[in-house]
Write a new protein. Sequence first.
Lengths: 322, 433, 303
Amino acid sequence: MTSSEMTSAAAAGVTTRGRGWRRYPARTFYTFVSPWILGFLLLTLVPIGFALVVSFTNYDGASSFWRFVGFRNYVELFTSSPSVWQSLLRTLAYTIIVVPLSVAGGLFLAVLVNRRLRARGVVRAIFFIPSVIPIVATAIMWRLIFNRDAGLLNGVLSVFGVRETIWLADPYAFYALIVVTLWGLGGGMVISLAALQDVPTELEEAARLDGAGTWQVMRAVVIPMISPVLYFQMITGIIASLQVVVQPLLLAQTRTVASSQEVPTSSTLYMVEVYNEFFFESRFGFGSAMLWVFFIAILAITLILQWLSRRFVFYQVDSDQK
Amino acid sequence: MSIRSRSVLAAGTLIAVAAALTGCSSAGSPAGVTTVTVMYGSEEFAPEYVEEFESENPDIKITMLEFDQTRLNAMLTAGDPPDLVRGLPSANLFARGLAAPLDSYLASSTVILESDLEPANDLWRWDGNTRGSGTLYGLVKDYSPDLTIWQNTAIFDAAGVAPFSTSEPSSWDEVLETAEALKATGIENPLGIQWQWGVSGLLQTMIEQQGGQLYDSSLTKAQLNTPEGIRAIQWLIDYGKTGAGPTSLNPPATGDDTASFVTEKLAATMTGFWFGGNLAPGEDTTVGNTAQLVPAPTFGTRMSPILGGVGAWIPEASKNKDAAWRVMEYFMAGKPAVDRASSGWGLPGLTSLWELMPSAEPYQVQAKAVALDEGEYLVTLQDSPYINSNSWGSFLDKALQEAIKGNIDAEQVAKSVEEEMNKLLAQGKDQLG
Amino acid sequence: MTQLAERPSSRHPDAAIPLRSRRRDARPRSDRTAAWVYISIILSIAVFGVPFLYVLLVALSTPAQLSDGAFALFNLSNLQWSNFYLAFTRIDFIGFARTTLLLSLIFSVLTTASSSLAGFAFARLRAPGQRLLFNIVVATMMIPAIAMLIPTYVIFARLGLVGTYWPWVLWGLAGTPYLIFLFRQFFSTIPLELEEAAIIDGAGWFRIYLLIFLPLARPALLTSFLLSFTWTWGDYLAPALLLNADNTTLSVATAAGYLNPQGTGIVELQAAGAVMFLLPVVVLFLFTQKYFIGSAVGSGVKG
C-alpha cells in the first residue's frame, strides 16, 4: 500500500462514512501507538533516566544524607569492586554455558520430536511445559530435588556411594542454577520445531541423493536454513541470561524468601549483586551505576551479534520485505 | 458482532475492571479513620490481634504487610514507609534519621511506663555515639540472653561427660573441650551455636569479654587483627574444624537446631532463653525433663549480651505516628505481649509482665532464674553507625568457611574481614559525614 | 518442483498453525538410528518429567519420611492427601488465586489489545519516524525488566499506586515489545487486497483494524493472551514489591507462606502448594497447545 495509492483514492473524492482517518495514516499511526509511546516514556525512559541521575550520587535510598559525587561510582565500579567483577564473570560464564546448550538442546529435541511418533503431542508437551510453569513452582521443585536430606539427587547418588552433598551451596550452586535453567529449554524446542518444518524437504532429499549422511544434511542444509531462528534464540537467550535474578534468589531460600545476601557466592550473578547493592548495602548510587554499565554492555553485545549475524546467518528472503 | 455491541462490550469491560480495581485498592479510608500500615510477621502479629485492636480502637484500621527487607527498603525510598516496622536495633538506622524518636510518646503514655521498661530496651537507644543511652527509637517485643546454652543433661550423663555449671559461666575453651569430649563418645553434633543465623555477634562478644572493642573510638575502623580478635576467630575455626556442631558448611537438616535438640540428638544448643518455648511437653517430647539453661560462657569478663533485641520502630517519614504509637502500645503491653510472656518464648520487655512467665515445668523455673541472674551482666555491644552488621556478617561467614576448610588461617580471616569492614565503614562515613 | 508452488504461502492467515500435512516424513534411516532416537526420547522424558513426579511425592509425604531421605518417599503406603488440604487452608489460597487470576486477566487483555493495535500500526501504516520507533520497540526488548523494577516502583509509590492493581493496568495499556513485534510480523503477512477494498469503501483505519485484521488474527491474539497470562500468573518480583500481604498473588504467597514458627519452610506443604499453583497453567496449556506452539511460528523470526 503506497502513499500514492492512498492519496489518489482520497483525491478521487470518495466520500467517507467513517472518520477522515484514512487520509491521515500518519495521524492514525501515532494514535495507535500512543499507548505504547506513553508507556515507554513513563515506564521505561523515566526510570532509566532516574537511574542515571542517581548513579551520580551516593544516595542511600532513604535518608537525606546524600550528595552528588560525579563519576565516583563508575570509577569505583571499574577499579575497586572485585565482587562486582566476579559477579560479572560468573554471569558471563553462566551465559556462555547456558545459551549454546539451550539452543542446541532445543534443536536436538525438536529434531527428535519432528517425526511421526505416536503420542507426539504428549512428548512435545512434556518437553515444553517446564518452560511455562511459574518460576516459583520451578524453584520449589528443584529445591526439593537438590535438597541435601530428602532430595532425589542425593538419594540416587547414595546408591553409588556418593556422600551427601549440599547442592544449593557453594561451590555447586552455580551448576544447580544451570541445571534449573536448562530444564526450560523446551521453549526453544518449540521455536526450532516450527523452523524445521519450514525447511523444504526437497532440499534435504536432494542432499541425501547426493550421498550426504544425516549429520552432513544437518550441517549443510538444515542449520543454514534455520539460522535466523537460531540467531534469534541466541540473542534473546543471551539477554535473558544476563539478567537472571529470580532463580538464584528462590533457590537459595532457606527460611523466608531469600535475601540477595543469602545467595551462595557461586550463584551470585550480576543482577543479584545489583540487588545486594540496592537493598543491603543501601547504595542506590552505586547500584544505579551498575545498572547503567549493564545497559551499555547489553547494547554493545547486541550490536556485535548483529554484525556477526550478517556474516553467518542466511536469510532466505530480504528482511525488508515491505 | 456489530460495532455497537462490540463497543458496549468494551465499555462494559472497562467499567467492570475499574470497579474491581477500586474495590481492591487499599487507597483511602473513610473520614475519621486512620489507616496504619504495620510491617510485621503475621506469625507474631496475628490476624486476631489485628481484629482485637481494631475493635478496641474503631478509629484506627490496620493494614498488615509481611516483613520483607527488600520491600521495606523500597518503601523507604519511595518516601512512603509503613507506620510500624519490625526490626533490629541498629545504629546505622538511627544515625540516618530513619526512625522517629519515641521519648515524648513514652513520657505521655499511660500504658507503657518508662520505669517499667527492662534495660533490654536500651538497645534501642542512641545518642549519636554510643548505643545504649540517649534517645529511644524503638521497643523490644521480648528478648533473650542470646549466648546462654540449653543443655540436655540426660545426654551428658549417658556419655559420661560433666554438664556445664548452671550457676557459673564456663569459659569458651571449656565449652569446646566438652563438645569434643561428647563427640568422642559418638555423638555426631553435640553442640549447636545456630551458626546459620550469623556469628558476628558472637565474635564481637568474645572480643569485648577480653577487654577489646570491635570498633575504634571514632567508630570508623574495625579492629579484628588484634590478639582478642584472632583468639575469637580461632575459636570459631576450631569449632568448625572439630565438627562440634552445624555450621554454614554443614547446616542442620531442618534449618535450625530445634528438631535435633527436641528429639534428643543434640546435647546442647547455644540459642538463648527463648529456645525454651520449644521444650513444652508434648506426646513425644520428653526433653523438657532433663533440659537446663546455662549462663553464657566467657573469655574473661562475664557478659551476657542480647544479640538481637527484635522489636518495633516507627519510621520518621510515617504520616501516622500517633496512631502507630497506639498500635505499638497494644503490641508491647496489650494482649500480644501478655500472650508472648506466658508462652515462654522470650523475656518480656516490660518488667511487670515477668510474673506471667510460665513456671509449670521445672525447666521453666530454672531457666527464668538463670535469666534473671544473667540480667545483671547485660551489656549493650558497641555499634557503629557507619556500617550495617548484615553486610559484613556474610563476608565473615565466607571467610570462616575458607578457614575451616583449611585454606586460610585465623590471621588472614581477621585481615580480610577487617579490610572489608573498613571499606564499608569508609563508605558509611562518607555518606553520613 | 510442484512442492514449492504448493507450499502454502506464509501469508496464509492460518500460517500460525503448523500444518500437519507438510510435516516431513522422517523415516528412520536404519534401526540403529531408530533405537537411539527412542532412547533419547525416553531419557529426555525422564529428565523433564521427573521433577513433577518428585514434587508430587514430596507433597504426599510426612515429615518423618522427609528426614529419612529420598527413597523413603517412594513408600506409597501412607499418602498424605491431607497436605493438599493443609496447603490450601494455611494461606488464603482461594483469595490469592482469585487475585492472581484477576491480575493475569487484566494484564493479558490490555496488553493484547494495546500490542495488537501498535503491531497493526507498525505493519500497515506509514508515518515519519516509524522506523526509528520500531527500532526502539526492538531495543526495549533488550532492557532488563528486572532492572527497571526498582525505579519504576518509586514512581508508582509517588503516585500512590503501591498496594493497588493499577501498575498492571498501566503495564498492560503500554503493551509489550515482544508482543508488538509478534503482531507486526503477523499482520505483515496479510495480503494488501483486503485492506485496499475496505479503504475504497471509505472505512477508517480503526474499523479496518477491528473488522478485518482482528478476526484474522485470532491465533495471534490467543497466543498473545496466553503468553501474557501465564507470564503474569508466574511473576514473582513485581507482586513481591508492589502488593501487600493480603492482596498479593499466589506466586508470592506460595514462596513466602508455609512457614513454621521458627520461620523455616514446611517442605511438604510448599510442595503441595507448588503443585496446586502450577496445575492451572498445565491444564491451560494442554487445552491450548497449538497457540503456545503457534507463537513460535507467528513470531515470523525468519526476517
